[in-house]
Design a protein around this ligand. Structure first.
Ligand code: RI2
Length: 309
């Protein structure tokens, strides 16, 4: 395995590289780096190293299926290669195509989602979703008067990144602590969040606390939109696989010595929002109902999705 793969996997694990879309593109680019750097002419040995590289990258953050999809998109059609050079070409081409389409999807979602923002709207968003932020800043670029409440999103406090991103774009932004969500929801017209993984039955796995925004929005009759590229849809959940919810170290929640030694800290970094709390998923193929996820997945995967045991 090359240094590029190990270095990228380490940066995804320690969240130097974070965000479901960014880690997917980083995974694809790491596979491109692997293919370019690989020395050797034995095709079977190359394919073995490719599998190791894929496994290392996918294991670096278990919840976001975007990473799995981004990495595995680069090896599509590899079985047809008869030489290492041809296999290398296939990976490089697939990786470049994935990154291009991923960036394109983010801008298509921005233009579709911005249509759902009216002049004068107050929006709430959670964590630091580049796709949800793209929708909001596109509406602002269209001279719509938009105000945003961004949650702090403990424990990583990605909300501080969001308020910086929005302020840089000139958007009127207010930071709130996560426990203020339900009381602030009374001032909110729409909620826009991102996604790490969306299951075949339309549940959305996103930063911990997202389901609380959805509950509060549902109670207040505030539309709740998820902004997500379709490579965040999970093929494995078609067969009933559960999405692994990553748990991270207690040091992200409390400092050493802050609490008694015997006290445990449970630090799940994602949660699941059931489809019934989601008004629409804004994707690069259009605004869809959560119930449409399966048909899009099966269309993208072709018949294989129905055959696999
Ligand atoms: P974009 C992030 O996870 C957040 O949960 C965010 O909503 C999601 O990925 C999607 O991000 P983390 O990497 O792809 O901060 O919309 O744990 O940027």
């Amino acid at each position: 395995m090359t240094d590029t793969v190990a270095a990228t996997a380490a940066k995804i694990t320690d969240m130097t590289i974070r965000g479901a879309g960014r880690i997917a593109r980083a995974g694809a680019e790491a596979m491109l780096g692997f293919a370019t750097e690989y020395q050797g002419n034995d095709l079977e040995a190359f394919k073995k190293e490719v599998r190791r590289a894929c496994d290392t990258l996918v294991a670096s953050r278990p919840t976001a299926v975007s990473l799995w999809n981004g990495v595995h998109a680069t090896v599509r059609g590899l079985d047809e290669a008869e030489t290492v050079d041809r296999a290398r070409e296939i990976i490089v081409k697939n990786a470049e195509e994935f990154v291009r389409r991923s960036n394109e999807a983010v801008s298509v979602i921005a233009s579709i989602g911005a249509k759902r923002i009216s002049d004068g709207d107050t929006i709430m968003t959670h964590c630091n979703s580049s796709v949800a932020i793209g929708v909001i800043t596109e509406a602002h670029r269209q001279c719509k008067d938009v105000k945003v409440y961004a949650t702090e999103s403990r424990p990583w406090r990605q909300g501080l990144l969001t308020v910086r991103d929005l302020d840089d774009a000139g958007v009127d932004t207010t930071l709130i602590i996560d426990s203020a969500v339900r009381s602030v929801m009374a001032k909110v017209d729409k909620v826009f969040v991102g996604a790490d993984t969306i299951t075949a039955h339309g549940a959305v796995i996103n930063k911990i606390g997202t389901s609380q925004l959805a509950l509060a929005a549902n109670e207040a009759r505030v539309p709740f939109y998820v902004c997500s590229e379709t490579y965040k849809f999970s093929p494995m959940t078609i067969y009933g696989d559960m999405v692994a919810i990553e748990e991270r170290d207690m040091s992200e929640v409390v400092k050493a010595g802050e609490i008694p030694e015997r006290v445990k800290v449970f630090n799940p970094v994602f949660d699941a929002t059931p489809a019934k709390y989601i008004d629409a998923i804004i994707t690069e193929v259009g605004m869809i109902h959560p119930a449409a996820v399966y048909s899009i997945l099966s269309k993208q995967l072709g018949d294989s999705v129905l055959k696999e045991e």
